[in-house]
Design a protein. Structure first.
Length: 326
């Protein structure tokens, strides 16, 4: 099997990208059941087989390089598969380098601050991948669909005018630009599930005893606002897909495909950063050798043959080095 490279991954995800400035209208502009147009089936298979492994490899390098960070934002309607996507994408990576934050209804402490405050506090540190399971985009989605939520926020009344959504889009774009300038790559994924598929998933949560715990009557009630959400998501995609932080609309009706596509977008971001393991200076290599000699209680043979010959001499880049005098 040929190795996945950046070009193949970039081509595969291209159809999901929302071109900055594009006017998006859901549901007609993106098909939730799409699984073929984006590259061939063999590309999807290659990404399925290699994607998670490559992600893990890049994450290790991201941590070692320790300057860039990655923020993955997941937005979706209920039952679109956010949790399963997170599980799949992160299945191979070192949990110490990943921080998942799930955002629910804001607390009263959250509401005592500006709306970005609670998200700022959960940003990943450099070298890490942070995943936001819902995010500040709820502030232009659920808050827009349900005006009473905005009414309950503690911002001054005169700032709750009709211009608030345009301002929030600008604030979000500016904030993401600032984070990008700080060395954060922002990967924005909208898992696009259809209304019919959502219904089927809710029904299976009712019919299958093992899935009952996932069922929420409130989620079913929220379906009444489906069209309002489609409109709000269309506005978000049209106004906040920027060159520095574009949106990707992931077809989410077919779960395995959605997971492959999400992994590919994150992989593409890491490939763009292309983090490297730090290379050692000659002084640092010499210090490693000295430490090894101390551990082994004597001089270390470099070219093999000696009692303390090292199997990893080539790996440490010391081939051909003279035996050190004591
Ligand atoms: P799951 O159901 O899989 O546990 P979830 O993300 O749907 O995951 P819930 O606890 O069911 O979690 O729902 C969280 C709720 O919090 C959602 O209805 C969401 O719209 C709401 N929410 C998130 N952020 C905000 C916000 N800033 N303002 C108001 N409501 C918000
Ligand atoms: Mg829920």
């Amino acid at each position: 099997m040929t190795q996945l490279n950046r070009r193949r991954v970039a081509r595969f995800i291209d159809d999901f990208r929302v071109e900055p400035g594009r006017r998006v209208r859901l549901p007609k502009d993106f098909n939730p059941a799409e699984i073929t147009r984006s590259g061939t089936k063999s590309e999807a298979k290659a990404i399925l087989e290699q994607g998670v492994e490559r992600l893990a490899e890049y994450q290790a390098r991201l941590a070692a390089q320790d300057d860039y960070g990655v923020l993955v934002i997941l937005q979706a309607m209920d039952a679109a598969g956010k949790d399963g996507t997170i599980r799949h994408v992160m299945s191979g990576v070192n949990p110490q380098g990943v921080e998942v934050s799930s955002f629910k209804v804001p607390s009263s402490e959250d509401l005592d601050h500006d709306y970005l405050w609670r998200y700022q506090r959960r940003l990943p540190q450099r070298g890490h991948i942070g995943i936001f399971n819902r995010s500040y985009y709820e502030e232009v989605l659920v808050v827009r669909v349900h005006p009473q939520i905005l009414a309950g926020q503690k911002i001054p009344r005169k700032l709750k005018d009709r211009g608030i959504w345009g301002r929030r889009f600008r604030e979000i774009n500016d904030w993401e630009h600032y984070l990008t300038d700080q060395g954060y790559r922002i990967v924005k994924l909208f898992l696009n599930v259809s209304k019919d598929e959502q219904k089927a998933r809710f029904l299976s949560r009712i019919d299958e005893p093992d899935r009952n715990w996932k069922f929420s009557a409130a989620d079913v009630r929220e379906r009444r606002f489906w069209d309002d959400y489609q409109k709000a998501f269309s506005e978000v995609l049209s106004n906040t897909s920027t060159p520095w932080a574009p949106w990707y609309v992931i077809p989410a009706d077919v779960k395995p495909f959605a997971r492959v596509a999400a992994a590919a977008v994150i992989l593409d971001a890491l490939m763009q950063i292309d983090p490297k393991f730090p290379t050692m200076s000659d002084d640092a290599k010499a210090a490693l050798l000295t430490a090894k000699e101390e551990l082994l209680g004597g001089p270390v043979a470099v070219d093999g043959g000696g009692a303390a010959a090292e199997p990893d001499a080539a790996a440490t880049g010391r081939k051909g080095r003279k035996r050190k005098k004591r």
